[in-house]
Ligand binder design. Structure first.
Ligand code: PRP
Length: 213
């Protein structure tokens, strides 16, 4: 039986229509329990409901064979996973943002640059790659406040509509990556459960492509 990690909250709501179209999920049961076995057109599937930020860990450690996770979280966690499918939903951008008056390019800034983020690993990596020494502060949420109140020059965060940045008087200075939901697969499960993983992959891919047309 294939065990699939599903991140709860916004991403699960967005994933359910694709899972249903792929023949994998009874939407009405999914919110009720942490662990739920459902019939699918390709045999039984066990869904494991996890916090979005923890999904890659459950998959990497083999508690789940596969799962859905945002590219932003996958980049931050850096888990050793296969990432075979861009599911195309939950689209956002990972950006460097800050007050508009900080206009100098990153490589011209006097160091160290102070950065606040829910994604400290991504932030550290990005600034180091630019050759800009930085101090990164990990915040748990509402990262914009870090720049508004002067904790940091910049934030590294995801932007979807841009509303939160606008409301806080911040603007995008640099684009780091396009992010969206991915299907991630445990390396061992890719071989041990090849046919079940392949079925999930093919059916989800068809559902995703169907939604695009
Ligand atoms: C995310 C992100 C931004 C906001 C961006 O926060 O960290 O704050 O959404 O979305 P927008 O561009 O559509 O405004 P989230 O809603 O996950 O809450 P959090 O800051 O408490 O983590």
């Amino acid at each position: 039986m294939l065990r699939v990690a599903l991140p709860t909250g916004r991403m699960m709501k967005q994933a359910i229509p694709f899972l249903e179209a792929a023949g994998y999920a009874p939407a009405e049961s999914l919110n009720e329990t942490r662990k739920l076995t459902v019939p699918s057109q390709c045999g039984r599937v066990e869904y494991l409901l996890v916090k979005p930020v923890d999904a890659p860990l459950y998959i990497e450690q083999g508690v789940a064979d596969a799962g859905i996770s945002g590219k932003d979280v996958l980049m931050e966690v850096g888990a050793d996973l296969l990432e075979p499918l861009d599911l195309g939903f939950s689209k956002c951008r990972m950006v460097v943002a800050g007050k508009p008056e900080i206009e100098r390019k990153l490589d011209n800034l006097l160091s160290p640059v102070r950065v606040a983020s829910k994604f400290p690993r991504v932030a550290q990596h990005y600034f180091r790659k630019q050759g800009v020494p930085c101090t990164v502060f990990k915040l748990s949420g509402s990262v914009e406040i870090g720049a508004v109140l002067g904790l940091s020059h910049y934030i590294v965060d995801i932007v979807e509509t841009g509303t939160t940045l606008r409301e806080n008087g911040l603007v995008v200075h640099e684009e780091i990556a396009d992010c969206s939901a991915r299907l991630a697969v445990n390396r061992a499960a890719w071989y041990a459960k090849l046919s079940e993983v392949r079925d999930l992959l093919v059916n989800l891919k068809t559902a995703v492509e169907g939604a695009r047309t």
